[in-house]
Design a protein around this ligand. Sequence first.
Ligand code: FAD
Ligand code: NAD
Length: 552
Amino acid sequence: MFSRQLIRNTGIQGRRLLSSSKPVFNKIASSPAAAKQPKKAGFLRWTWRATLAAAFAGVGYLTYEVYRETNPSKQTPQTELKPNGNKKKTVVILGSGWGAISTLKDLDTTQYNVIIVSPRNYFLFTPLLPSVPTGTVDVKSISDPVRSIAAQTPGEVKYFEAAAKDIDPVKKEIVIEHKSQRLHLGDAFTTESSDPIQTTINYDYLVYAVGATVNTFGIQGIPEYASFLKEANDATAVRAKLFNAIEASRLLPEGSAERKRLLNVVVCGGGPTGVELAAEIKDFIDQDLSKVIPGIENEMTVSLVEAMPNVLNMFDAKLIQYTKDTFKHMNIDLRTNTMVKKVDLKNVYASAKAADGTTSDIVIPYGTLVWAGGNTQREITKVLSSKVVEQQTARRGLLVDDFMKLFGDDSIYALGDCTFTKNVPTAQVAHQQGHFLATHLNKLAKIDDLEYQRENSDSEKADKLSRRIIKMKENLKPFVYQHQGSMAYIGDERAIADLTFGNWSSISWGGEFTFLFWKIAYVKMMMGTRNRILVSMDWLKSSLFGRDSSKE
Ligand code: FAD
Ligand code: NAD
């Protein structure tokens, strides 16, 4: 009965149906109702194959990139003359940060003799620096040695680990100084500088990208007692101080004022550096320290002190409010309208403004203190400003034109945090400026070659070359900054993002999904594949095993 009905429904020949049961099921699958099944299976099979192929391609690409980074090709050596007989100009790049390294990466180093000078022999991916004190990310994962970067360019690049001490824009000379650090055995924290070595180098073009330094506004006690978060060793120092305070507090009676003081982390400055650091430290306490020191999450306090009514002033108002709400939910003690006036070994002295406008003096005891109050010009930038008439009124940074050329000097280009432009000083700006400047200098090298060729040509050819040179000079386009948006980590696995799409649209996001986006965007923004892999592994490691709680 069943078989007959089946025959009717499916139109299967009785002979085959009766001979074996297996074909029945095959034929049933081809019935209109079941026709979708093999299609679905086929789709899944192809999806699986595509995923496998993509995974293989990804691994292959990564392997190739790592191989390329670690096995650089032979470089064209530095020479006085180019193969065409023209003089090879010298470009000195001061710095090894965002502006300097972005320039170096895109500069045609076969067209110039390039010298890079920086006291820091590595590039530091600053956006992830706030994750270092808590051990979410290892400092080595966000550092890329200058020598490795320099070895990957087509032409030889010389590197001097030194700081510029003086610049003579007339003679086009720079005095640079190297200071070695002598480590005292038995006391790894004490270092001493050896006798400095000085030398003078010359340039045809100077790419000035020395960044900025921390602004303490002359507030008493900050240089002596506060840590900063600007360089890799600052992050290590914050971690050491944090753990010193935590371990010392264990010896004191619960509830005592001294124990409470030691367990208070005070971060001064509610810009992105301060916010991200406060958020990372609070996460560390709540998510990991609480597992190894039960109860510490209730004892430790993280305070963020900001002079203005709001934190993160460059972000959309909704995202500022979202950050404040997140901080409240995380129990971060946010003190806006509170201006730090003085600091000593144990306390921060501030002036707090109430809603009615009245001010009162307050004292905030601390065990760990970090100053994230913003930036100011480096001494060397002040020295340079003093030597160029057009720069002498430049208080907030060097003044440059749309090609990043220093006002008052045709051979010096300045970029990044050491300049004062309409753009907020960020890595994003310095990175784009570096790319622009390298492209611009590459074009200047071509123009220079044509000019050399013109000098050695008959008048007819010289005329042709002149027209070409004029056209090339007219085609030199000024720098235009493309703002892609701002992002910040605000704790509890949440980030905020103000994203810009061209000139026509922007979107503000906040939350866990934004945190995922933040991670992807930062990995993409990193300059080397090695660092991308290391940071991804660090994130995986800390999510699997938690952040490490050893002091070193
Ligand atoms: P830097 O990157 O600071 O580089 C300056 C270089 O000059 C350094 O290598 C230094 O050693 C060298 N130098 C110093 N003195 C001398 C000298 N006398 N001679 C020669 N070399 C010298 N921006 C963003 O866009 N997004 C972010 O998420 C972000 N996060 C940040 C997080 C932190 C904790 C910090 C501190 C900054 C962050 N920034 C971020 C800002 C960004 O790091 C800076 O805007 C960017 O580094 C500026 O690049 P720069 O090349 O001008 O200077
Ligand atoms: P900042 O200048 O952005 O913020 C410093 C904060 O400290 C300000 O809000 C200021 O009001 C406050 N402050 C100054 N003096 C004070 C006092 N006496 N008492 C209390 N508060 C005081 O500095 P930052 O956060 O170090 O950032 C520096 C630069 O780097 C900025 O251009 C910033 O955009 C960029 N940055 C960007 C990111 C990001 O995009 N995620 C992260 C870090 C830094």
